[in-house]
Design a protein around this ligand. Sequence first.
Ligand code: SF4
Length: 553
Amino acid sequence: MSVRPFLRCVDEVIGKEPLSRHKKALFVFHDQLNLDAFPAWVREEKPLLMFVESRAKGMELPHHAVKAVYILSAMRHAALEWHAQGFPVRYHSTTGHFDDGVRELLEESSDTEIVWMEPSEWDSRERFRRLREELESPEGDGVSSEGTNPSSRHVHVIPNGFFFADPAEWKDQIRPGFRMEHFYRAMRKHTGYLMDGAEPMGGEWNYDKENRKKIPARLPIPPRTQFEPDAITLEVAKMVQAYFPDSFGYEHLFGGELRSFPFGVTREQALEHLDEFLEQRLDLFGPYEDALKSGEDILFHSVLSVYLNNGLLHPREVCEKALERFDGGHARLESVEGFVRQILGWREFIRIYYEAMMPHIRSANHFGFERGLPALYWTGQTDMHCLKESVRPVLEMAYSHHIQRLMILSNFSNLTETDPRELNRWFHLAYADAYEWVELPNVLGMSTFADGGVLASKPYVSGGNYINKMSDYCRSCTYDVKQKTGEGACPFNVLYWNFVDRQRETYNQSGRVNFMVSMFDKKPEEEQQAIREEAERFISELRRLAPCARADE
Ligand code: SF4
């Protein structure tokens, strides 16, 4: 049997199953790695499962090396696991896109019915919509210019089974003022999660007020399991090293021997991480959800988004296992409610927002910022300790938790008047859990206010005080968080007030934050002037001292 470069582990087990032997083939996307999300007939009929690794998709952005290895290794493991369960499997790699790979495979058989599940991302959906038209067209050749099929082919598209809500039922409601909380309460009633009859368990829908504690210095933080990379992951890593040398984080992954990997790559490992979170971290997830601590990259967060977003875990099983911990008295209500809200509320809501706002949301830039992303997002090199601590885990493992993403990295990007689309691109390529449907709403809608207030009711920016209140970062910083202006003052302080001053039109339109403009206006004239001048100097120096864009952009 011939073995393809970097695909030995797959080829030696699966071989090259001919399509012509199968009446029906199901194409599985890289983020649909869970057969339980597919209709029951898939397990009963066992159609040929087709996987495609797309070099063109990988080249669209210099994705983090850890992200590339994770996605491809998980896909290869799923293919092998399902093959072991008795499914015929065809594993294909192409220099083109996913749809090109499917076209290449279909050339082998003129009458195999093709099935796929509706993809989550806009571009894949557009590509597969065109592919379907092409395959079903009686005039077309049904395959390609060299295809063998002169007539139309039967195509069957399954609705996406990886979410709770159907966007078609909700997306017309997406508009300024329709907040996640409205949707979340409806979903709680619909699923019955944390409900006591028609009322929310404990009498409140949302326990966010109790979820804003700073981590006590001596509180032990449970360690998180790292997995030893197996032969498949090591083979994928060699491929990423050979084919994607421009990937972000490349030096961190390939700078030494690859002894441990931050994410599981099989369903079994994903379930192990789920159980570990439920047993060791869920109970304190709520109170310390917004906390930050030097040297602690995970705290009480679940890090399950990597598995939810490529399908290894299903949101329903994750929520229901968390509810079992509450029912068994092992996790407090405010933690379980906060965790369920992230998945049943926020994750579902932003997917609906994505469906409602695409594709025009991609160019959103409410404040009209045009500056490039500061170099420190690529290097982690800065003397601002909070930023250094937030970029470091991204460089090392393509991950940082949500409050680092929102209140440090996005906050600083906004305050330094960075083009939100640049930040959006960085989040997309840098994070292992980033797929456009999830990261774009979080960045352009939530954290940068680029949509002008459709998703969020106010810009999420702050000065140093907030960071100091929620973290121990400022203690180890060269800047003084208490100092408002002048040499050695925390840059977040002048940048924040400068932002309020310069964006006063937006602030004046929001009942939640318009008082900040009055607070700025009440400052002495000299202080206002110092804020404007120091912020301007900082923002231009930031780019002058370190050019913002990577050489390959
Ligand atoms: Fe960040 Fe300012 Fe605190 Fe330094 S002093 S860690 S720059 S908030």
